[in-house]
Design a protein around this ligand. Structure first.
Ligand code: PLP
Length: 435
């Protein structure tokens, strides 16, 4: 059972929490308790595959909300990619989360959410339509995550001319059950159209619309898996373990805290941010000040009011001391991030992307004062995703990996529409006829 962070007494099942996404009172869903994994599990992790381990974690967390065979299938299909732990220096490892179809960690959440939603609605008569406004990366992870999943259609809206070429190719070349609308307007227009569509009665009576936003509990759950998998891949599991997490909305870090609550032996989490340092500032000064975001080179973390802060507050009963006992905060300017990318390449020959670099810098700062650790930083995107920035910093060419290169060559398939609810409705209602 889950409660809303706005009402600790509310009770919602896993299925409802996933299908609603956000609680009706605007809160985020949180589990009432965290079942702890057994000693035997931790003693045998190094013998389990990524999928076997993840199934065990999911099954323990869900306590029967999805039957074992169905859950095993969802996990197997969601985790088609690896999450290797790569040694960068004697006690520092990169947990590479960019081996999925869109080359970023959001693939884990999107793929798991897609299959879970399809499973939860398998007996419903109407096909579900996932409606998403995107300014780039989330949309492509969602599109790829839902691509080919039976019983689900996806309709993506993106602002024409306002996403990068690579992002546009990722959004518009899938086809199949993915429809992409290129909107003559801004990202805010796209978001408004989606909001209005959810509130529209005619659509509600004809379509089962849902969202796949980042605060969905089914996106957090699979992000726990790779923390356990990182632990299992360590050479020396006796040494204290520290995770550094490059953070924006703090979903990834919250998932790490969930894993810790389920018994994963973690000494500390590093909340590493760019200039958008609301959480490091809170840890330092004890004052939480949300504010408009600033643009940086690690732009997937340009968040001024992190949505998962509400979950962390709930987890720690709003006690600053409890936060500080397990999380340390560090923030870095773009200049420091650039210097870090250069330095790590010069010394270790490892190419960081700007987000991973922020995490690396946070870990390095922490480890200057704390030795004899296993330091793991989450490398959340492939450097080729931020190719222009990384090439400029390192003055060399970054090769584009297979999945990205393939989509760059495919023809763009999108429907161009004017901004406005009527335009969107026309597409949505027309697509129902050949469903
Ligand atoms: C979304 C994203 C982040 C931030 O993750 P949160 O869960 O929002 O904190 C970090 N790096 C990359 C590459 C991302 O796409």
């Amino acid at each position: 059972m889950f409660y809303s962070t706005n009402n600790p007494k509310s009770k919602t099942s896993f299925s409802e929490a996933v299908l609603q996404g956000i609680a009706p009172d605007g809160g985020l869903f949180m589990p009432y308790s965290f079942p702890v994994l057994s000693k035997e599990f931790f003693a045998s992790v190094h013998r389990l595959s990524f999928r076997e381990m993840s199934f065990e974690v999911a099954r323990t967390f869900l306590g029967g909300a999805i039957s074992d065979p169905d859950l095993e299938k969802i996990v197997d299909e969601a985790l088609e990619m690896d999450a290797p732990l790569v040694k960068v220096s004697p006690s520092v490892y990169a947990l590479e989360l960019f081996h999925g179809p869109t080359l970023a960690f959001k693939d884990f959440g999107a793929r798991f959410l897609a299959r879970t939603m399809a499973y939860l609605t398998r007996n419903s008569e109407r096909e579900i339509t996932v409606l998403v406004a995107t300014s780039g990366d989330t949309g492509s992870a969602v599109a790829q995550g839902f691509y080919g999943v039976p019983g689900v259609k996806v309709c993506l809206l993106y602002p024409s001319g306002k996403v990068s070429h690579i992002q546009e190719q990722q959004l518009t070349t899938l086809g199949g059950n993915i429809t992409t609308l290129e909107v003559e307007g801004t990202f805010d227009d796209c978001q408004r159209m989606v909001k209005e569509a959810f509130a529209d009665r005619e659509l509600a009576s004809k379509k089962q619309l849902t969202s796949a936003n980042s605060i969905n509990i089914a996106r957090l759950l699979p992000q726990m898996f790779y923390y356990f998998y990182a632990y299992s891949q360590l050479e020396d599991r006796q040494r204290p373990l520290v995770f550094s997490v490059p953070s924006g909305n703090f979903g990834n870090l919250t998932a790490g805290l969930f894993a810790w609550k389920m018994g994963l032996p973690v000494k500390r989490f590093i909340a590493a941010t760019n200039r958008n340092d609301v959480v490091p500032e809170y840890l330092k000064e004890g004052r939480y000040r949300a504010r408009p975001s600033e643009s940086t080179i690690s732009n997937a973390m340009d968040v001024g009011a992190p949505s998962n802060f509400a979950r962390m507050v709930a987890l720690f009963n709003n006690e600053l001391a409890a936060f500080r006992a397990i999380i340390s905060g560090y923030s870095f300017t773009d200049e420091e991030t650039r210097a870090c990318i250069r330095d790590v390449y010069d010394r270790q020959g490892y190419v960081l992307d700007p987000h991973g670099a922020v995490a690396f810098a946070g870990l390095r700062s922490y480890m200057e004062e704390n030795r004899e650790l296993n330091g793991v930083f989450l490398e959340t995107a492939h450097p080729a995703k931020f190719r222009d920035t990384v090439e400029e910093i390192l003055q060399m060419e970054i090769p584009v990996p297979g999945p990205l290169a393939i989509c760059l060559d495919k023809p763009k398939k999108s429907i161009r529409i004017k901004s406005g609810l009527e335009e969107l409705k026309e597409v949505l209602l027309a697509s129902g006829e050949n469903a």
